[in-house]
Design a protein around this ligand. Structure first.
Ligand SMILES: Nc1ncnc2c1ncn2[C@@H]1O[C@H](COP(=O)(O)OP(=O)(O)O)[C@@H](O)[C@H]1O
Ligand SMILES: [Mg+2]
Length: 508
């Protein structure tokens, strides 16, 4: 028998496995498409240091057919990159080591492909950079994993009076079930507003109802810097790729240049342990030597922790503002944990807690909001590392019980979020991350307990004062009957002063 060997392109593979990226069915698909497009817009604005303004609209085109239109004020996409950005799986401007929402180079493109498969319509993109405008209709050649652009595509130069109006508008037609996805989409937008209080987001539903989240803070989180890989996370493949970029250096210099946290001394020490001549050129290293260097790097104990400047946490103040913006809670407290690392990847955990306001909790439940690199995570909560942490907390100690109107918020920032699926919905149970979440939750829970205790004391004091004042009333009127010319108000005031003073003493 003669075997027939063929190759399958990434687009072809994913067109048959849409479910692994969140396009399982028309409900989930329309939600995921909105999500991927919104994430792309926010990523683009933030990377360009622009306060985002995003208009999102979903229109009904026919039975079960919808158009998603999204417009942002980001930097736009250079025309020559537009076709591939949306018509090729694994084409991305984000394959660098820093915190971003997108990472795989497939989210937006998967949405385009799903739209094409279910409606046969191209995606329509109008993108304006500082200099050029691209107005393109794109389909994907799935077999080849490459874009097909339509003949009427337009590229032109930006006219002088159009400068400063950069941004991208995308119109995507797809099969969906809006009615059943509605709740999740609204929740997603609401939580995005929470984690991005610096963004203005408007959303128009198919029936015309409008939702507007106005900007709450006028500054962006820090722009993350691109980092070099940390030696703790190195493997043979990564090492060979780095070697290929710098073949002519001496290996001792190469290690210093290619990795973070390696100085001259460490480099020599690592190479010494690996029994490799530090003066040897990179392209002269044998495979056995390379293996020994990688092993020695992974074993070395003295590295500084990974550089956290590739991360962009929200900051306590901004996170609190975001939560207040959406939930109107009377008490919100956020704390940011110090940078840590798992497997050579830096991460920062931010944990917040809120009490009261518009927090809706089901009986016996603890409300948990999860975010990763500023993406709200709405599915698969029971599997998530944060859920595991909440289960371990003895809430009674903090003056609350499941079902009370409080909510916990966990935001994890990393150059490499350990998602368990390509659909980016839940985070793996890494011990280092779990520990930081745990410590964070304990800290904010204590703050909430202090707040609740104070509140309780205040209530008690007020009640006691009320009772005392009733007696004071009787006392003064009895006095005024017995003693002539007495000033009732003065006496009442004096008594009140004394009582308030006493209660304050008791409070401590
Ligand atoms: N609204 C947008 N503004 C600017 N660039 C965008 C926008 N949407 C997508 N892009 C570009 O298209 C690329 C591909 O997007 P996508 O397929 O979602 O993958 P990823 O977001 O993982 O990179 C992005 O890396 C980005 O460069
Ligand atoms: Mg994306």
């Amino acid at each position: 028998m003669k075997l027939d060997f063929k190759e399958k392109s990434p687009a072809d593979f994913f067109s048959e496995n849409m479910d692994v990226c969140g396009f399982d069915n028309p409900i989930r698909a329309i939600y995921t498409a909105v999500r991927e497009l919104l994430e792309n817009s926010l990523d683009a604005c933030e990377a360009a240091d622009v306060l985002p303004k995003v208009n999102l609209e979903i229109r009904k085109e026919g039975e079960g057919i919808y158009v998603i239109r999204i417009e942002d004020n980001g930097p736009g996409i250079p025309p020559e990159h537009v076709p591939e950005s949306f018509g090729k799986i694994f084409y991305s401007s984000k394959y660098v080591m820093k915190q971003q929402r997108g990472r795989f180079g497939m989210g937006g493109t998967m949405a385009v492909m799903y739209g094409q498969i279910t409606t046969q319509r191209p995606v329509h993109i109008v993108s304006m950079t500082e200099k050029q405008i691209a107005d393109l209709k794109i389909k994907i050649d799935i077999i080849r994993n490459s874009p097909i652009t339509e003949p009427e595509n337009i590229w032109k130069a930006v006219k002088p009076n159009d400068t400063g109006k950069q941004g991208t508008t995308i119109e995507l037609t797809l099969e969906g079930n809006y009615q059943r996805a509605r709740e999740k989409i609204l929740e997603y937008i609401k939580q995005t507003a929470m984690i991005a209080p610096y963004a203005e987001i408007s959303f128009t539903e198919p029936d015309g109802s409008k939702h507007l989240y106005k900007r709450e803070v006028e500054y962006l989180p820090p722009i993350p810097k691109e980092a070099k890989p940390h030696p703790r996370g190195v493997n043979l493949e990564l090492f060979r790729r780095l070697m290929a970029k710098d073949p002519r250096s001496k290996v001792s210099n190469f290690l210093v240049k290619a990795f973070q946290s390696i100085g001259r001394k460490t480099s020599l020490e690592v190479l010494g342990k690996a029994d490799v001549n530090p003066d040897k050129r990179v392209n002269k290293l044998g495979s056995e030597e390379i293996r020994r260097i990688v092993k020695s790097l992974r074993k070395h104990k003295g590295f500084r922790p990974p550089d956290a400047s590739s991360l962009a946490p929200m900051g306590e103040e901004m996170f609190e503002a975001g939560i207040k913006r959406v939930l109107k809670s009377e008490f919100v407290k956020c704390i940011q944990r110090p940078p840590k690392a798992y497997e050579g990847n830096p991460f920062i955990v931010e944990v917040a807690i809120a009490y009261g306001g518009e927090i809706k909790v089901k009986e016996g439940e603890i409300k948990l909001y999860r975010f990763a690199n500023r993406i709200p995570l709405l599915y698969d909560e029971w599997n998530d590392v944060s859920t595991r942490v909440l289960k371990r907390i003895n809430w009674k100690r903090y003056g609350v019980k499941p079902g009370d109107p409080f909510a916990v918020f966990v935001h994890i920032c990393s150059t490499n979020i350990p998602y368990k699926t390509l659909g980016k919905e839940y985070i793996a149970n890494k011990p280092e991350i779990r520990r930081e979440i745990y410590m964070g939750v304990l800290q904010v829970a204590r703050e909430m307990r202090n707040y609740l205790n104070k509140l309780e004391r205040k209530k008690k004091t007020e009640k006691a004062l009320k009772t005392f004042m009733k007696y004071a009333e009787t006392l003064t009127s009895l006095l005024s009957e017995a003693v002539e010319g007495i000033n009732q108000d003065e006496i009442k005031g004096k008594l009140r002063e004394i009582i308030v003073e006493r209660l304050k003493v008791n409070e401590q």
